[in-house]
Every structure is written in C-alpha cells, then in structure tokens.
Design a protein around this ligand. Structure first.
Ligand SMILES: NC(=O)c1ccc[n+]([C@@H]2O[C@H](COP(=O)([O-])OP(=O)(O)OC[C@H]3O[C@@H](n4cnc5c(N)ncnc54)[C@H](OP(=O)(O)O)[C@@H]3O)[C@@H](O)[C@H]2O)c1
Length: 280
C-alpha cells in the first residue's frame, strides 16, 4: 500500500515513532529513521526490519537540537534520496529541569519548534517535488492549557515548570502547523498535527518510578498511540486534507490561541531569524 513511498520519521527508535516506523515498514514503505543515538537507533532498526520483514529501513544519526546536525543530515539525505513523500516530526522530550541545546536554546523550544522548523523548511523542495506528500506533526493536547509568551521564548524569566514549558512548545507546534499549511496552499503538500493520546513511552523517563509504573498500567500502548500518525501518513481518506488537528483519526478543534494568525506569523519570523533561513 505504501510501496515506493519514502517516509522520514524523527525519533523513530522509541515509543510512538518506533511503532509508526514498524507499521509503515509493514506497508512496504521505505522508512528513514532519524535518531540521535547510534546504539538505540541500530537496535530499533533491527527490530523494525525483523517485525516488518522489510529491509528498506534506513538510519541516519542527527541531534535535532543542533542546527548544524540538521543541515548535515539534510545534505546526506538529499545525496541518497531524490524523493520524500511523508515527513513525520515526531521526536520529543519532557525535561524536569531547564536545559540548553548546543546552540544555546531552551531544549523544548529547540527540539519541538526550531529543529522541526529548520528540518521541514530544508526538505520542502524535496516534498514539493515528490507531491502529493504529507507532513505530520506529533503535538499534544497539552497545548490547550498553554499561553504564548513572546517575551520569554527561552523560558528563563520565570521558574521552570515542566508542563508549562512543554505545553507552550506544543502550542508553538500548532501555530507552526497552521502557518505552514497556509504557506503550502496551492501545492500538493499537506500538513496536519496529531495528539496521540496519553501513551506509555519513554517520554516520562524523568518522572518518578511511581508515575512510570502508573503510565505502564493505565496509559495507551505505543502501538495504539501511533495509530493516528500511521493513518495520516498512509490513508487515502486524508489525501489533500491539510491544516487540521487530529485525535483518534478525527479532526478536532485545537485551542483558540493556536488559531491566532498574528502569533503564527510572528513565531515564523522569529524561527526564520534564529535558524538563519532568511540569509540563504
Ligand atoms: N507519550 C505521550 O503520552 C505523549 C502525549 C502527547 C504527545 N506526545 C508526543 O509524542 C512524540 C513522541 O514521543 P513518545 O511519547 O513516543 O516518547 P519517547 O518514547 O521518549 O520518544 C521520543 C523520541 O524522540 C527522540 N528525541 C528526543 N530528543 C531528540 C533530539 N534532540 N534529536 C533527535 N531525536 C530526539 C528520542 O530519542 P532517544 O531515545 O535517543 O531519547 C525518541 O526516539 C513527542 O513529540 C511527544 O511530545 C507524547
């Protein structure tokens, strides 16, 4: 069903990303895994090949919090592949303490916002050339409680609170999804966001032992958490559909603030400057 399609998944060695990669490999797609750790990446690559019986599962190493690493990855990817039909911006972190990326940006902002912004923009020419093509952004319902704070994009002015900073970066992903869908109007490249549900993955590795036990017992499995990403990547039902927020395979309303076009344009401009995309 996905034979001949090239699908790039970030954070494909764990949780939702790994299950998405397995399912797409089983549908005979060529799966390109973007992972930051060689050992974890290779182990998952073997598992995905074994599970799917599909040898076309490639692995690239790239730390999405490093702009230099992203540029290097894109150049290596383009040297090897002429097409890209599905890009799934899935990688994510949930950090108890404030961390900075090698480029000096707060880590939630670097991994969820700036990294995917740069990666997606650098791959847009290939996605357009390969159209119809799809971009999927794995966001979170945690964006619903968040408020934009343009004066504190690096979360340095107030006490660092995990869910506040995580949620705000997920709201920024929503603003990015909608702005990108407007910019891609008239092309056959679609972009949609997905909330996977509350899923027992490695995302909570910074949480207490009790929370991790609770998650394993009561949260969705990673297989179930990957369902809507897989649906958006592969189903003919969503061909041409763009600029939507999905939960359980259904388009839903995202927060009021996520539809703020002025915020979306402002954030786009800031990300363009921070990634140096305007000087290319
Ligand atoms: N689990 C949930 O309940 C839930 C709910 C809503 C939204 N989400 C979203 O779902 C997405 C997938 O998360 P998950 O739950 O599957 O968590 P996970 O099991 O921790 O997987 C996250 C993936 O992202 C990778 N990653 C993190 N930082 C990276 C970086 N700098 N460069 C490259 N890769 C990086 C991780 O690599 P390593 O293995 O090397 O760390 C891992 O492969 C995230 O965007 C998350 O925000 C999850």
């Amino acid at each position: 069903m996905m034979e001949g399609k090239i699908c790039l998944i970030t954070g494909a060695n764990s949780g939702i990303g790994k299950e998405t990669a397995k399912a797409l490999a089983k549908m005979n797609a060529t799966v390109v895994m973007l992972c930051r750790d060689k050992e974890r990446g290779e182990e998952a690559q073997k598992e995905i090949i074994k599970h799917s019986g599909n040898e076309n599962v490639d692995l690239f190493l790239c730390d999405l919090s490093s702009q230099q690493a992203i540029r290097k990855f894109v150049s290596e990817f383009k040297n090897k592949y002429q097409n890209l039909h599905v890009l799934i911006n899935n990688a994510g972190v949930m950090l108890k303490n404030r961390n900075l990326s090698v480029d000096g940006f707060e880590m939630n902002f670097a991994v969820h916002v700036l990294g995917p912004f740069l990666l997606t923009n650098l791959l847009l020419d290939t996605l357009k050339k390969s159209s119809p093509s799809r971009i999927i952004i794995v966001t979170s319902a945690a964006h619903k409680r968040a408020k934009m704070d343009f004066d504190d994009l690096q979360s340095e002015n107030k006490k660092y609170r995990l869910f506040t900073v995580y949620g705000r970066s997920k709201l920024q992903e929503m603003l990015f999804t909608y702005e990108l869908s407007r910019k891609l109007e008239g092309t056959k490249v679609t972009v949609n966001a997905v909330h996977p549900g509350v899923v027992a993955t490695n995302l909570g590795r910074d949480q207490s032992k009790f929370s991790q036990w609770f998650a394993r017992k009561f949260f969705k499995s990673p297989e179930a958490g990957a369902e809507t990403s897989i649906y958006l990547a592969s189903s003919p039902e969503v061909e041409g559909l763009t600029g939507k927020y999905f939960i359980d395979r259904e388009p839903r309303d995202s927060s009021e603030e996520s539809y703020n076009e002025e915020y979306a344009q402002r954030l786009w401009k800031i990300c363009t400057e921070m990634t140096g995309l305007n000087s290319q």
